[in-house]
Ligand binder design. Structure first.
Ligand SMILES: Cc1cc2nc3c(=O)[nH]c(=O)nc-3n(C[C@H](O)[C@H](O)[C@H](O)COP(=O)(O)OP(=O)(O)OC[C@H]3O[C@@H](n4cnc5c(N)ncnc54)[C@H](O)[C@@H]3O)c2cc1C
Length: 151
């Protein structure tokens, strides 16, 4: 959880929230069942939302599977370090085929391989429409991973 530029008190609250999340994840991972009502593959933004919505029903069991490792690392928790994840085990390192329309170049296809998927390693840039200007592009300053409004 990013602590710089946080409003007063956010750091302590975030730390305690993160502590509860970690402890709950450890508890659930240590007691995996042989059967689940729903298995969600991939813990990116979309998979996490689907799993969370399913888990709102206390009568069903939900397993969220992730191919990558844990997000509890400085290069994920400190959003300003996002580029340092590229080319590591937290990155699938997919490469497109050479494209004649691009002078034979092969472009990298970036994708996160970690708990949280791309949202754990992205640049947190957002596009917001405004009445005056139409669309503006801006980095979400002062926001950390796990904040309430990630891109
Ligand atoms: C480096 C980078 C920078 C970015 N910058 C921005 C930005 O500034 N602004 C913006 O709006 N967007 C940005 N994006 C894009 C944004 O992060 C993604 O669009 C978004 O996270 C996609 O979410 P998703 O849930 O669809 O997929 P993903 O986040 O890709 O989630 C898929 C998950 O599934 C897992 N998975 C795949 N196969 C399996 C399997 N067989 N078993 C288990 N798990 C599996 C993957 O490891 C991954 O965690 C960026 C992305 C990257 C990679």
């Amino acid at each position: 959880m990013k602590t710089q530029n946080s409003p007063k008190g956010e750091s302590a609250t975030s730390t305690s929230f993160m502590g509860r999340v970690r402890s709950n994840q450890q508890k659930l991972a240590a007691a995996l069942k042989s059967h689940y009502d729903f298995i969600v593959c991939g813990s990116g933004s979309s998979g996490s939302v689907v799993a969370r919505r399913l888990a709102e029903n206390p009568n069903v069991s939900v397993l969220l599977l992730e191919a990558g490792g844990h997000d509890d690392t400085p290069s994920v928790m400190d959003a300003s370090q996002w580029p340092t994840n590229i080319g590591t085990e937290r990155h699938w390192q997919f490469q497109a085929q050479q494209n004649p329309a691009l002078n034979g170049r092969s472009l990298p296809l970036s994708m996160g391989k970690v708990l949280g998927g791309g949202s754990s390693v992205n640049a947190m840039f957002g596009l917001a429409a405004t009445r005056a200007t139409g669309i503006s592009s801006h980095p979400k300053q002062g926001m950390g991973r796990g904040a309430t409004n990630p891109c």
